[in-house]
Design a protein around this ligand. Structure first.
Ligand SMILES: [Zn+2]
Ligand SMILES: [Zn+2]
Length: 293
């Protein structure tokens, strides 16, 4: 047996125990999450290991350390909540709307048993006439299509807003994500860091995550600077570990603050990154421009 065979056999065994690892996309997303948690633990752990003053402080002023640890935990929890949250997939919303629609229709049918028995038409909510259960799917699709069409400015053709990948009618501001392979409501961007899309339903969670991450990064950097200021000449090997970490944190902090400001602007002006970047190429955006002018 060669080395390659042995590797394949052991990886096959690993995938049998953890089926999610067999998908390369999920594997890289999982690795990224492990790396992120490790990075946080290393950055904060160095403080506890090296800075005796910080540990001493935990005894004299426990609330200070407790507050820092609370922010640390909240940031990581927020990361996982955002990463596991749905950005608002169009297909899920469509299913929910259809279920509600058929439920309402069933109720209307039950209220008019005489009409159904005699074989006459039952007027459904969408205005179309259905005679039997067989036409449910078709009328559900038309109900969704009609609802979506009502959201567009008059004169828009349905063909222009149908996703060719999902084969469904896209509401305004939705976009197909090729990484998630689904249409997303108020698509902002696909976040590689989170391993999911940012859309209508998790934009707020995403904003809070950046906010908490920036606060944690700032606080940790301040603690690093305070330690280095007092102890820079004490032990060089500690400096070698702490200075690169501080540089990394400073760069991350600048990036996080810019991202926070950018997303605050987007939320306040009710825009998405996608709409801001591709403004001229989005049909409904150019429509509103013509309308204004
Ligand atoms: Zn799609
Ligand atoms: Zn996506």
């Amino acid at each position: 047996m060669t080395m390659a065979d042995l590797c394949r056999l052991s990886s096959d065994r690993l995938y049998r125990f953890f089926p999610c690892l067999s998908d390369p996309a999920r594997r890289s997303s999982l690795l990224l999450k492990v790396a992120l948690v490790l990075l946080h633990i290393v950055c904060a752990g160095v403080l506890f290991l090296f800075d005796k003053g910080f540990v001493e402080n935990a005894r004299t002023e426990p609330w200070y350390t407790a507050l820092y640890l609370l922010l640390f935990a909240v940031t990581l929890v927020q990361y996982f909540i955002t990463s596991c949250s749905s950005p608002g997939y169009v297909i899920d919303v469509m299913r929910a709307v259809n279920e509600q629609n058929s439920l309402l229709r069933n109720r209307t049918k039950q209220r008019q048993p005489a009409a159904s028995k005699s074989g006459s038409f039952v007027i459904s909510l969408d205005g179309s006439q259905s005679q039997s259960g067989g036409s449910f799917v078709a009328s559900d699709t038309t109900y969704w299509a009609k609802m979506v069409m009502d959201l567009y400015p008059p004169g828009t053709t349905l063909g222009a807003c149908t996703c060719s990948y999902c084969n469904i009618e896209q509401p305004p501001r939705a976009k197909h994500c090729h990484d998630c392979d689904r249409c997303v409501l108020q698509f902002d961007h696909h976040c590689v860091w989170l391993g999911t899309c940012v859309g209508q339903q998790n934009h707020c969670k995403f904003w809070w995550y950046i906010c908490e991450e920036a606060a944690l990064c700032l606080w940790t950097a301040i603690l690093y600077i305070a330690y280095l200021k007092a102890h820079i000449e004490v032990s060089w090997w500690k400096d070698i570990i702490m200075i690169p970490l501080l540089v990394f944190m400073s760069i991350s902090l600048i990036f996080l603050i810019l991202l926070l400001l950018f997303h605050s602007y987007l939320i306040l002006t009710n825009q998405t990154t996608y709409e801001l970047v591709r403004r001229r190429r989005i049909p409904y955006m150019s429509y509103s421009h013509h309308g204004d002018g």
